[in-house]
Design a binder for this molecule. Structure first.
Ligand SMILES: Nc1nc2c(ncn2[C@@H]2O[C@H](COP(=O)(O)OP(=O)(O)OP(=O)(O)O)[C@@H](O)[C@H]2O)c(=O)[nH]1
Ligand SMILES: [Mg+2]
Length: 396
């Protein structure tokens, strides 16, 4: 099965609590504060991997949690940073928030994004020592990590995509022109999932061409298989419209598919096209006189005899010129992803300190409900004393 969607939950690690500790030495009754800082919580990251084809990995696992930061300890020992979780996704995956907003588009191999940021570790009590406060009896708790529900949607990145009615010979043509070996058979809907092939030019350039399941009338409304896969045509630069010449009036068949492309929207009916009149070996000379500014080339081919195949490859390279600028790959090899919606920083106006009696809230404390939730998440148990704004409350 080809999976081009997945819903998952990502949870970054909480930062480790700062240490609350005092030096113990022989003959030193009250040593100085020596609580180390908590470690940073692990992040959940996405990395676009050119070797992956779909999102099937996420059908089995839906929840991903990065490790917590370790707590700071006495003798100024800092807690260890939590391990990140690195999730590999296919190139062309778009990341959406649970309210349907596009957050990021990982359109380049090795592009990478932090999906959920780990919380920073709390500072140990040693860091709060001042000349007037030599023995701070509190330390910061670590901040919570981000937790998000995300939807992943794969939209294949291909230079050109083959479209047409079932059985027109799309897969046969892809076998002819590329390294891909999609299944070919004499019945409709042989191809059930998109297949990508790489086409080589004599000059050494390469193009990727996608073969998607055949479209039928009503595809844009969900009839047949095609509509689920129309999204994969959105990012193609060129459509190769394959028409079986041995099967009725080509202009009428062209119009049928064209109507579905238009009804789907997303600009599919504005893409330049090569019209490929296939099965010339059995059809003979069928006229095709359609005049349409989108049709850049009309070719007659046979996937069986190989007639017209060279012309098809030539036209593909001519009509898919190399992209004008290649993005610079930075030294670390990590390509930036496109950000559509910057996330709020997640900073809150308050921090929770752990004291030797309970907890203290500094900064502008939020409403009681949110505060209680934050305290519980920081590990505060029922009955514990919390100092807020000069007063004390007991967690119920
Ligand atoms: N005679 C002849 N038969 C062809 C040609 N191209 C494809 N065929 C045959 O047409 C049938 C369908 O070919 P496919 O390549 O599977 O067609 P498709 O467009 O991928 O079909 P779907 O995957 O169902 O959408 C197969 O039996 C092919 O052998 C051709 O140029 N000439
Ligand atoms: Mg096919």
């Amino acid at each position: 099965m080809f999976h081009d969607r997945a819903r998952i939950r990502v949870e970054a690690g909480r930062g480790g609590h700062g240490g609350l500790s005092f030096r113990r030495e022989k003959f030193v009754p009250r040593g100085g504060p020596d609580g180390g800082d908590g470690g940073h919580g692990g992040d959940v990251l996405f990395v676009a991997d050119a070797d992956l084809r779909d999102l099937s990995f996420f059908q089995g696992r839906k929840r991903f949690r990065a490790e917590k930061g370790g707590p700071g300890r006495g003798a100024n020992k800092h807690g260890a940073d939590g391990d990140d979780v690195v999730l590999r996704i296919p190139v062309g995956t778009q990341v959406y928030s649970d309210d349907g907003q596009l957050i990021a588009d990982l359109a380049g191999a090795r592009s990478m994004m932090v999906a959920a940021r780990g919380g920073s570790g709390g500072r140990g009590n040693r860091r709060f020592a001042t000349p007037t406060r030599r023995a701070p009896r509190f330390a910061e708790v670590g901040l919570p990590g981000e937790e998000l529900e995300l939807e992943l949607r794969l939209k294949l990145l291909a230079d050109a995509a083959l479209v047409g009615l079932p059985n027109a010979g799309k897969s046969s043509l892809l076998r002819r022109i590329s390294n891909a070996k999609p299944k070919v058979a004499n019945y409709p809907f042989t191809t059930l999932a998109p297949v990508l092939g790489t086409v080589d030019s004599p000059g050494g350039r390469q193009l990727t061409v996608a073969d998607v399941p055949g479209l039928i009338e009503g595809a844009s409304e969900g009839i047949g298989l095609g509509h689920e896969f129309l999204a994969h045509l959105e990012r193609a630069r060129l459509l190769v419209h394959v028409i079986d010449m041995a099967d009725g009036d080509p202009a009428q068949r062209f119009a049928l598919i064209d109507h579905e492309l238009g009804a789907y929207g997303a600009g599919l009916d504005e893409l330049p096209q090569i019209v490929v009149l296939n099965k010339v070996d059995v059809a003979g000379e069928v006229p095709f006189g359609l005049d349409d500014p989108r049709i850049r080339r009309v070719l007659r081919t046979s996937a069986v005899t190989g007639a017209g195949i060279k012309d098809l490859v030539g036209a593909l390279f001519q009509l898919c010129p190399p992209p004008p600028e290649t993005p610079d790959v930075p030294e670390d090899g990590i390509v930036e992803f496109l950000v559509y919606r910057p996330r709020p920083s997640g900073r809150t106006g308050f921090r929770i300190l752990r004291t030797d009696r309970g907890y203290r809230v500094v900064g502008s404390a939020p409403g009681l409900e949110e505060l209680e939730e934050a305290l519980r998440a920081a590990g505060a148990k029922k009955g514990v004393e919390v100092e807020v704004d000069g007063g004390t409350l007991v967690l119920s």
